[in-house]
Design a protein around this ligand. Structure first.
Ligand SMILES: [Zn+2]
Ligand SMILES: [Zn+2]
Length: 326
């Protein structure tokens, strides 16, 4: 476990958790308990008498969730827990820090050294100035998780985006359903609970905002897997070993049976894997000057010059990138 003492990153981590908890509590209290209950259950409880040592048995009635309510509640709870767990694993896990001072098998191709942290720098590693060390297959330093996103935590980052998008979508739909139920119930405007209304509108607004926000990032992560290229490498106009989307996906996400769970990310890391030039398709560099002298303005699109359809998203991240990494 690692903990980066960055005030901005820590604030954003707590903001993510606060939004998740707010949406969860408001949805459970004002959607599930209000509109998905209906089954009346009788149960005994014991109330202490005034002068008796033993309690007095009293039969009470209470409402429980319907079957649909239980199923929805279970799914919703799973999404929130998995989103939360994935975020924690991304934030406090190792993104792929380079710890070795020397390469395993030194040769001209993989023998370069980082100028800043003075460690061995594999072809697909990049130095992060926030983390102050080199990270293998570094994509970007993400303030929302207060950590770098590299090969070893990319799966957790993708799952965090996926489950957050799903939880936000479900929150938004449940709020709309709640609104429909409220209109159908014929409740008078005078009887509206202002406190509950404000909380529900807040949860709905936050869920819609974060839904579009994380979908943008999720699209870029899928794009990164498809091209086997990190955001940093798009600026170098470079990519990793060409392969199918499936093989690249397994490399990041691990075995298919565990794709949906935030465990066992990137099981087979090849630290010396080469980097390829987008334009030449030749083995790119080991310690050449080109690796250090690239300028971000050379490339703005992950998809390459012939395709500009992803350029808007990549450009938005390029601004983030310029501020956060070298
Ligand atoms: Zn370094
Ligand atoms: Zn970093």
């Amino acid at each position: 476990m690692r903990f980066l003492l960055d005030p901005c990153g820590l604030c954003l981590i707590f903001l993510v958790w606060a939004v998740l908890v707010l949406c969860y509590v408001v949805t459970v209290r004002y959607v599930f308990i209000s509109w998905f209950t209906g089954v009346v259950v009788e149960q005994f409880s014991y109330e202490p008498g005034n002068w008796m040592l033993w309690g007095v048995p009293v039969m009470t009635k209470k409402q429980e969730l319907t079957t649909v309510g239980w199923v929805m509640y279970f799914i919703y709870q799973c999404l929130v827990i998995l989103s939360f767990t994935s975020h924690i694993r991304t934030a406090f896990g190792d993104p792929g820090f380079i710890t070795a001072l020397e390469p395993p098998n030194w040769n001209r191709e993989n023998g370069r050294r980082c100028d800043k942290c003075v460690k061995w720098k594999p072809p697909r590693a990049h130095h992060c100035k926030v983390c102050k060390t080199c990270v293998f297959r570094m994509d970007h330093h993400c303030p929302w998780v207060n950590n770098c996103v590299g090969l070893k935590n990319q799966k957790y980052f993708i799952l965090f985006l996926f489950y957050t998008a799903a939880a936000c979508l479900m929150t938004g739909l449940l709020m709309l359903y709640s609104l429909y139920c409220w209109f159908s119930s014929g409740t008078r405007v005078d009887d509206v609970d202002l406190y509950a209304t404000v909380l529900c509108i807040g949860a709905f607004g936050a869920s819609v905002f974060f839904l579009f926000f994380v979908i943008d990032f999720l699209t870029e992560q899928i794009d990164a897997i498809e091209t086997n290229s990190t955001l940093v490498e798009t600026y170098k106009r470079a990519h990793g070993q060409p392969g199918t989307f499936f093989t690249n996906f397994i490399e990041v996400m691990g075995p298919p049976s565990l794709w949906l769970f935030p465990v066992f990310a990137a099981p087979n890391i090849c630290w010396t894997e080469p980097l390829y030039d987008d334009d030449k398709e030749n083995d790119y560099f080991g310690g050449s000057q080109k690796a250090r002298d690239y300028t971000p303005a050379k490339s703005k699109s992950r998809s390459g010059s012939e395709s500009g359809k992803k350029s808007a998203g990549s450009r938005s991240r390029s601004r983030d990138y310029k501020q956060k990494v070298n």
